[in-house]
Write a protein that binds this ligand. Structure first.
Ligand SMILES: [Zn+2]
Length: 242
């Protein structure tokens, strides 16, 4: 699905254990500076990702950059295989890079999450670390799609980042926000390590003028994106005061 000039959302199924559950990878096509993929699905999803890329007219070998919003296994999953096939340069925030690169064990899934969803154990066994070539920080500006800003949005994990594409006003939110059929919601509390910090990160995102929000879980929000961001913040502060 094309959401803006040169920006595509690749909607891929999570797999048989999670029917009707999809992951939304973002593809940023930039022939000048190199095409970028944001997040890389679960382990063993290289083929389905490759097929989704083909639909957008891109081969795995065309990928020059893979940006991880954070360390979770449904984002890093097929990254190592895609890097092997493409030679892409890998970017992530410094606070999550050691978990992605394998020098630290991923913070999730927690033992409780594994108990609730035992099939995640197999996925975790198949998770390969990915060496991070370049660590980014808040406000790092990438030469991508006419200017892309890294927005540090910790909370879901300590090193979570979102991306703001200045030209198209697309916000790639990763797991800093979620959505359901175009309706924006805050981060998922059951998967977020520090909800308070995560809500502060949502406030940081509301500083941007946004036309389209891409949530990794829930997909695209295009109807009054700025207004919906403000609503999510208001709802959270109301709940805190109750
Ligand atoms: Zn996720």
């Amino acid at each position: 699905m094309r959401v803006a000039n040169s920006v595509y959302v690749l909607c891929i199924p999570r797999g048989p254990e999670d029917a009707d559950n999809y992951l939304n990878l973002t593809l940023i096509v930039d022939e000048e500076n190199g095409t970028a993929l944001v997040d890389a699905g679960l382990p063993d999803q290289t083929e389905v990702i490759s097929a989704a890329l083909t639909e957008a007219g891109i081969g795995v070998r065309d990928l020059r950059l893979i940006i991880f919003t954070h360390q979770d296994l449904d984002h890093v999953g097929s990254g190592a295989a895609l890097v092997r096939q493409s030679g892409a340069w890998v970017l992530a925030h410094s606070a999550d890079a050691p978990y992605i690169g394998g020098s630290l064990r991923p913070l999730k899934p927690s033992p409780e999450m594994l108990e609730e969803r035992p099939h995640m154990r197999k996925l975790l066994e198949h998770l390969e670390p990915v060496a991070v070539d370049e660590q980014v920080e808040n406000a790092t500006r990438l030469d991508l799609a006419g200017g892309t800003q890294v927005v540090f949005t910790p909370g879901h994990t300590p090193g979570h980042i979102s991306l703001y594409l200045e030209g198209s006003k697309v916000l790639v939110a990763g797991d800093a926000l979620t959505a359901e059929r175009g309706y924006l919601n805050g981060p998922n509390p059951s998967a977020t390590l520090d909800m308070r910090t995560a809500m502060q990160s949502v406030k940081r995102l509301a500083d941007f003028d946004v036309d389209t929000i891409v949530c990794y879980h829930g997909g695209v929000v295009s109807e009054d994106a700025n207004g919906q961001l403000r609503r999510v913040i208001q709802e959270a502060s109301r709940n805190r005061n109750e």
